[in-house]
Design a protein around this ligand. Structure first.
Ligand code: NAP
Length: 307
């Protein structure tokens, strides 16, 4: 693989940034990778594990002379970080991000991007429930999609270059409009996370009654929920606050379906339940056939989880 950017600056050094570091190094996509995180503790860990070629104490220093700057902080922090780095960006540079929500991030970041700097938002659909600079690994993005969400009037060459970087890190690349992205992700990621959080909360209430039997006898379905519900609280708080409309829309539909299943159980309507579960099983099969999950008997628990 050939080098795509001379100098890449990663702002925020958690799971996604550290995985990008490893994936870019694996393929030799960047001449130099530099980084910044807000806490001295995270910067110290990043230095200790040699995550980047250089770690700076301020975001402004880190982005100076960078050809690509990637914002890898929680969605709710993107605007403030963009304001901080705006004046230090190099002419001709590209700013991108990895936020799980796109419309509010674009609205928060775009006003701080100076003329002569490209802004190309992106979202890799890959993650785990772990956080921080030690949690990253080079294979995280392999065969996962990265959605590029070009803003109106975006420079085609700059879009293609960011796309090439993600392909070089192992991803398949698609482009989407921001509102469509937020609706699709509300269905495939955001609402399922909320349901997992709720189910684990319900089980926790119940475990007080049943003396922790919920934990002791936890079955596969519940264990999968607990893994998802262990995801970073800051990240997920920001996702719901920033993808409010689409998540509420999908939750409304979810509640209607749930009521229909509840009625079928109450009325003993086995045909309804059987048909519904047959349909959902086919959806699962198509995800496996598309190579986006494994049909291993452990339900892929030992594998990488897509966000
Ligand atoms: P992470 O491991 O928790 O790391 C977050 C980083 O952001 C840390 O370096 C943290 O700094 C910094 N940070 C947190 N709050 C901040 C603030 N208010 N101002 C400045 N910096 C702040 O998170 P991650 O999983 O890499 O997620 C980063 C981004 O990727 C998020 O926008 C998320 O939506 C998106 N994303 C996540 C996943 C996933 O599954 N995890 C998948 C795709 C996209 P300190 O360490 O110094 O506190």
């Amino acid at each position: 693989m050939t080098q795509i950017y001379n100098r890449v600056a990663l702002i925020g050094l958690g799971l996604i940034a550290s995985s990008m570091c490893h994936a870019m190094r694996r393929a030799g996509l960047a001449g130099e990778i530099v980084g910044y995180a807000r806490s001295a503790e995270t910067r110290a860990i990043a230095r200790e594990i040699n995550l980047c070629d250089a770690i700076y104490d301020t975001a402004a220093e880190a982005v100076k002379d960078a050809d690509l700057v990637v914002l890898c902080v929680p969605v709710g922090a993107m605007g403030a970080v963009a304001a901080e780095i705006g004046p230090s960006l190099k002419q001709g540079a590209t700013v991108s991000d990895v936020g799980s929500v796109k419309r509010t991030v674009i609205d928060a970041v775009a006003p701080h991007i100076p003329d002569g700097v490209h802004f190309i938002p992106a979202h890799p659909l890959a993650g785990t429930e772990h956080s921080g600079p030690r949690s990253g690994f080079a294979e995280l993005f392999d065969n996962r999609f990265c959605i590029i969400v070009p803003v109106e009037g975006a420079d085609r060459a700059a879009v293609d270059r960011v796309s090439d970087l993600w392909r070089g890190m192992g991803s398949n690349v698609d482009e989407m409009d921001p509102d469509h992205h937020d609706l699709v992700l509300a269905v495939t990621s955001h609402t399922p996370h909320l349901i997992a959080y709720t189910m684990v909360g319900v089980a926790d209430d119940l475990s007080r009654v049943t003396d922790s039997e919920v934990i002791k006898y936890s079955a596969a379905g519940f264990r999968d929920f607990t893994r998802i519900a262990a995801s970073d609280p800051t990240m997920w708080r920001d996702v719901f606050l920033n993808n409010k409309d689409a998540t509420l829309e999908i939750l409304g539909r979810f509640t209607e379906e749930l009521f229909a299943l509840q009625r079928a159980i109450r009325q003993g309507d086995g045909d309804h339940l059987f048909d519904y579960f047959t349909h959902t099983r086919a959806i699962r099969r198509s995800i496996v056939e598309a190579g986006q999950d494994t049909d291993a008997p452990d339900f892929g628990r030992s594998q990488i989880k897509s966000e």
